[in-house]
Design a protein around this ligand. Structure first.
Ligand SMILES: O=c1nc[nH]c2c1ncn2[C@H]1C[C@H](O)[C@@H](COP(=O)(O)OP(=O)(O)OP(=O)(O)O)O1
Ligand SMILES: [Mg+2]
Length: 198
């Protein structure tokens, strides 16, 4: 069993930190990479896996701690899987509200049955910056893109993501409920098994 008392989370996204720490409980303390550096690495990979590894290595190098990274995004069927790995940058770095507005516009007049989408999450854990065997876990969450934003919880595209299991948007889910069923929850459940924490 691999044990980590402290991991640095290779993310500048406060929403991810909150969700991942809640899922891990108090056995592992997640420290934000923001404590060490405010510089965000360029996400140059062509896949969630490549970007997750790149972020994890960068954080381990900067902090000297083992590092966990989360690369995630929304793949929309009607858009051929876009924005995918470019989800955070979909509206050219103008933030969540602009991303959501652009997505609604791209799906204007698209009927409900063609609005399928999945959230994707890849978690990468490296023991040190040059770790030759990163641990990789993925999770998917299937849903649909709503025609207008709804709900105040979560972050990112949550207000636009309709969750079939609950018939609400993921921003209408209580945070603890989202953390049981989300793409991130599925990836974290696999990671916990790999680490012997499950
Ligand atoms: O549960 C989620 N609920 C709503 N939206 C979500 C979720 N999970 C990922 N997303 C969206 C946010 C962002 O538009 C993109 C992730 O981009 P991604 O590069 O992985 O994260 P980020 O730039 O926000 O932070 P960082 O790279 O520092 O971890 O997908
Ligand atoms: Mg990012």
């Amino acid at each position: 069993m691999m044990t980590f008392q402290q991991l640095v989370l290779a993310s500048h996204n406060a929403g991810k930190l909150k969700e991942l720490q809640a899922m891990l409980g108090d056995t592992v303390q997640l420290r934000s990479i923001g404590e060490f550096s405010s510089v965000e690495p360029e996400e140059t990979g062509l896949s969630f896996v490549e970007n997750a590894i790149l972020k994890a290595r960068n954080a381990a190098r900067i902090s000297g701690l083992p590092a966990l990274a989360d690369d995630s995004g929304l793949a929309v069927d009607f858009l051929g899987g876009a924005p995918g790995i470019y989800s955070a940058r979909y509206a050219d770095g103008k933030g969540d509200a602009a991303n959501n507005a652009k997505l609604l516009e791209a799906l204007k007049d698209v009927p409900s049955e063609e609005r399928g989408a999945q959230f994707v999450c890849v978690l990468a854990l490296v023991r040190h910056a040059d770790d030759p065997l990163p641990i990789l876990c993925e999770g998917l969450w299937h849903g649909r893109i709503l025609t207008q934003a709804s709900g105040e919880h979560g972050f990112g595209y949550d207000p636009l993501f309709w969750v079939p299991e609950r018939n609400v948007s993921s921003a209408e889910l209580a945070p603890a409920d989202k953390n049981l069923i989300s793409h991130r929850a599925r990836a974290m459940s696999l990671l916990r098994q790999r680490l012997g924490l499950a």
